[in-house]
Design a protein around this ligand. Structure first.
Ligand SMILES: Nc1ncnc2c1ncn2[C@@H]1O[C@H](COP(=O)(O)OP(=O)(O)OP(=O)(O)O)[C@@H](O)[C@H]1O
Length: 213
């Protein structure tokens, strides 16, 4: 499986945010997207996740376990917000996402109990999501990545609000995902503790980008 991005550009309103972004990531690889505030990291991830249209260019997932028209069909997107309902329990939220998303071909998600344990929060899945601390909420949002199998993880500032132990835990989850043949793309200002990842440096519209492999 390969994620191939060719000549991608995107606008916000009338403004071109970036243009001519190209890169390729294969199964088992991660790409970290770096750049200053406002350089277009979130915009790029939102385009890949199908939440914003590309202005030009394309992103394709090739040789996936099932054919897809859009990368988003094979992707989990973890944005700045956690996409959980505060009034529902953690278990209810994760069960919803598990049945809503389903499994992509070639893999199977963990049970809700297993996923909650994998993020180190076994025993509090019965609480309303809104009762959890900011860091616990972020961990539970990561558990959402585990309850259904999606080969591509698109992660926007995944470790915001996490303590050092949770950052290490998250790096382990990403490495396990890669070892299952997954792909991860993460925008971050913080080191994710991942070894040997590719980097993409967004420069904003003036400088666009350069690759550092
Ligand atoms: N809804 C919007 N309408 C118009 N412009 C927007 C919108 N959202 C973002 N922008 C602009 O697009 C540019 C890129 O924003 P983006 O959120 O992609 O940057 P970023 O690199 O992720 O920044 P940060 O590191 O602060 O999260 C910024 O100049 C921002 O003001």
């Amino acid at each position: 499986m390969r994620l191939v991005v060719e000549g991608l550009s995107a606008k916000r309103g009338e403004d071109l945010i970036f243009q001519d972004i190209s890169f390729e990531i294969a199964s088992g690889e991660a790409l970290v997207v770096k750049g200053a505030n406002g350089s277009g990291k979130s915009t790029l991830l939102r385009v890949l996740a199908g939440l914003l249209p590309a202005h030009s260019g394309a992103a394709k997932l090739l040789a996936a376990a099932q054919p897809v028209e859009r990368v988003s069909e094979a992707a989990h997107y973890l944005g700045h917000r956690n996409a959980m309902k505060r009034e529902l329990t953690v278990e209810e939220n994760l069960s919803f996402w598990q049945s809503f998303l389903g499994d992509f071909a070639g893999g199977a998600g963990l049970s809700v109990v297993e996923a909650v344990e994998a993020v180190g929060l076994g025993g509090i899945a019965h609480l309303p999501f809104g009762y959890l601390s900011a860091g616990q909420q972020r961990r539970m949002a990561m558990a959402k990545l585990l309850v259904s199998w999606r080969p591509v993880w698109i992660l926007d500032e995944p470790t915001a609000a996490l303590d050092a132990a949770a950052e290490t835990m998250f790096a382990g989850l990403v490495m396990a995902h890669l070892s299952r043949g997954g792909i991860a793309i993460a925008a971050t200002h913080q080191p994710l503790g991942l070894e040997g990842v590719k980097e993409l440096h967004m420069k904003g519209f003036a400088g666009i980008m350069e690759d550092v492999w």
